[in-house]
Design a protein around this ligand. Structure first.
Ligand SMILES: Nc1ncnc2c1ncn2[C@@H]1O[C@H](COP(=O)(O)OP(=O)(O)OP(=O)(O)O)[C@@H](O)[C@H]1O
Length: 269
């Protein structure tokens, strides 16, 4: 269980990126964070991922405050969390296989991690996760020989190889064309469903948030504007979130629900 209580984050310049948030996310939930640029989505993911300490309030992962742990315990906790970013932080000269095996570096003893960097120890394991993503034949290519979309699939393969208990994806599809964006969103959700793990992703593609995820949280100016099952998100919720229009949810009827695919709102290209 992930829980935040009265949590705020202010950056050094005094800007409040998150403002007095209360939030609980149960194991196995698949949550999309949506909201305009600067709403606080990345900051929220960094807090949940134990990368950023809240200024005030509490964060608990399975009842544990990450910031009460020793350095070694915190490293162990972070190794159970998988992260994916819009631009995968993969060194350009690294081979695909090394990039994939890096998914378990935090779980392996030091000798194995170092040995794996010199000579990949689990070629079959890396091939198995790359195969369904159509990249098995690129196993020994360098990452700077891949396109942006292929590199993002390598990042996905690394996540699948890691098998984390919590997946945090920060705009994982923003740099992809719409078809690839959908296939990556589907793959993330299928993996989370199959393994029963928690998935939290920030997205600008509202249609993908509504069609692929079970719960959608709208954030604006560091606050939660709405938090509903995807099937109950209304057109008015989305309009209010992005345009600042008055919140009309209480008077919406079912036919005012946002259709599952709403091209007007797609911003994933
Ligand atoms: N390192 C930082 N130092 C100072 N302010 C920051 C820092 N990172 C983010 N902010 C500010 O915090 C607020 C929330 O930023 P955040 O990146 O969390 O939003 P976001 O919803 O992820 O935006 P986007 O959709 O554009 O990625 C913004 O006002 C941003 O300018």
């Amino acid at each position: 269980m992930i829980s935040l209580a009265a949590l705020s984050v202010a950056y050094a310049d005094g800007r409040r990126a998150l403002d007095d948030l209360d939030l609980s996310i149960a194991p196995g939930e698949r949550v999309a964070l949506i909201g305009p640029s600067g709403a606080g989505k990345t900051t929220l993911l960094r807090v949940i991922g134990a990368s950023l300490r809240p200024t005030t309030g509490a964060v608990r992962l399975d009842g544990v405050d990450p910031w009460s742990l020793s350095g070694r315990q915190l490293k162990g906790l972070r190794a159970r969390i998988g992260k994916m970013h819009q631009a995968p932080p993969i060194p350009p000269r690294q081979r695909v296989i090394t990039a994939v095996l890096a998914g378990r570096l935090g779980q392996w003893p030091l000798w194995r991690a170092v040995a794996s960097l010199v000579y990949p120890l689990d070629i079959a394991g890396a091939r198995a996760v790359l195969e369904p993503l159509g990249l098995a034949e690129r196993l020994f290519d360098r990452c700077d020989q891949l396109s942006g979309g292929q590199l993002q699939r390598v990042a996905l393969a690394r996540l699948f190889y890691q098998q984390p208990e919590i997946v945090l994806a920060d705009e994982p599809v923003s740099a992809l064309d719409p078809a690839l964006a959908r296939s990556v969103a589907v793959a993330l959700n299928e993996d989370a469903k199959r393994r029963g793990v928690t998935l939290i992703a920030s997205l600008h593609a509202v249609d993908l948030a509504l069609s692929e995820f079970s719960r959608v949280i709208g954030l604006r100016e560091g606050r939660i504007v709405f938090d509903r099952p995807a099937a109950q998100v209304l057109t008015a919720d989305i309009d209010a979130l992005y345009a600042g229009a008055p919140h009309a949810g209480a008077h919406d009827t079912p036919d005012q629900r946002v259709p599952s695919a709403r091209p007007r709102l797609t911003r994933c290209a």
